[in-house]
Design a protein around this ligand. Sequence first.
Ligand SMILES: Cc1ncc(COP(=O)(O)O)c(C=O)c1O
Length: 422
Amino acid sequence: MKNIDIFEKSKLYMPGGVNSPVRAFTNTKVNPPIIRKGLGAYIWDEDDKEYIDFVASWGPMILGHNDFEVVNAIKAMVENAISFGAPTESELILSKHMVDTLDNVDMVRMVNSGTEATMSAVKLARGYTKKDKIIKFAGCYHGHFDGFLVEAGSGVLTERIPGSPGVPEGSIQNTLIAKYNDMESVKDLFERFGEEIAAIIVEPVAGNMGVIPGEKEFLQGLRDICTKCGALLIFDEVMSGFRVAYKGAQSIYKITPDLTTYAKIMGGGLPCGAYGGKKEIMEQLSPMGPVYQAGTMSGNPVVMAAGYATLKKLYDNPRYYKHMESTGCELENGMEGIAKEKGIPMVMNRCGAMMTAFFTDKTEVKNYEDAKTCDTRLYGKFFEHMLKNGVYIAPSQFEAMFIGVKHEKQEIEKFLEVMKNF
Ligand SMILES: Cc1ncc(COP(=O)(O)O)c(C=O)c1O
C-alpha cells in the first residue's frame, strides 16, 4: 500500500491514525510519510521516497538506523530470551554499565518509557521527602503523566492545549509552575510553599519548546535552593542524556542532581526508561523501601541488550561526540548564514547533537515566552519544503532536530542545499 492509503486506513483503527499525536503532522499541510525502513542516516517511506533523518525516532537513534552491533545484540538475545518477568543477567549488565560510567547514579531502576521514569522519580522524591508539591517549568515536557500536563511543551504546546481534559484538578494541585531560566520565579514559589516542595524537575537542556539550554547560574541556583530547603533536584535527561554528552547535561554544567531520568537513547530504539541517583534515595524503592513502583516488562532482556550495545558503543567511542559537535556546528553555521542571506528572522539554539532553528525576530530564545513568539506558519512552510525535498525534520517548531553519528558532511551539505531553495 502507498503512504496515503495506509494513513487513511489507519485512521479507522487508531485515533488520528497514530499512536502518538505528534506523528500525525496535524498542524501541517502534509500527511505523514509511512516509514518502511531505515539505515544509517536515512529512512524510506512506503512510496519509496528517501529522506535524511533528523528526527531519529525523536532522539533514540543516535547511532543511526539499524546499527549493526545493536541489531546483532537484539538478535542474539531473542534466540533465547524475550520476556520472563524474572531477573536476568542482562539487567545487571546494563545497570552496572550505567552506574560505572555515569557520575551521579549509584543505583538505577529500569522502566519502559520516559514518562514512567519521570513520574516514578517524582513519586520517589515525594516518598523520600514526605512532601507533596513539585516545581516544573513552563515549556518543559516530562511525559504524559497527569501531574506534568500543565503548561507542557512538545505536542501539548504544538496543539496549543493549555492542560488536558481528563486530568482532574486534584492531580495538578501539587504542580507549581516556574519560568525556565528565571531563578526569581523559583525563589518566589519556595517563599510561598517552601515547606511543601518535594522536588524540582527540570530538563537541564530543554528540548520540548525547541532546544533551550539552561543557563549555568540558573541550574546551579536550582541545586542550591533544593539543598537549602530539603527538596530533591531531578534532572530529566530523557532527551539530553547520552546526547549532549555521554554523561548528559549534568556533566557539561557540573551540577549534581539527586535523581536523573533517562529513556530514548538508553534503550537503543526499543521501549525503555530508567531513573537513578543517590543510593539512600533509591533504597526507598520497593522491595527495599516503602515506595511502590513495578512493571511486568521492566528490565526486559531484549531492551537491556539493545540498550547495553548502544551505551557501550557510545562510551567506547568518545570521538562520536566530537563528530556530532562538528557536524552540528557546521549545520548551525550554515543555517544561520542562509537565513541571513534570505532575510529570514531566525535564532539558532544548539547544545551538541540537539538543536532548533526558531523562526522569530527576537534576538535570543531563553524560555517558553520567547519560544511562543515564533512564526509557526513560516516554520510549517519550511518543514514542508524540507520534507518534500527529502529532509525529514520535526513537523513542529517546538521540537528538537537531532544530529547522529551517521550524519556526515554530505548529509549536512544536502540539508543546506535544500534550505537555500526555500
Ligand atoms: C525530556 C523528556 N522527558 C520525558 C519524556 C517522555 O518520554 P516518553 O515519550 O518515552 O514517555 C520525553 C519525551 O519526549 C522528554 O523529551
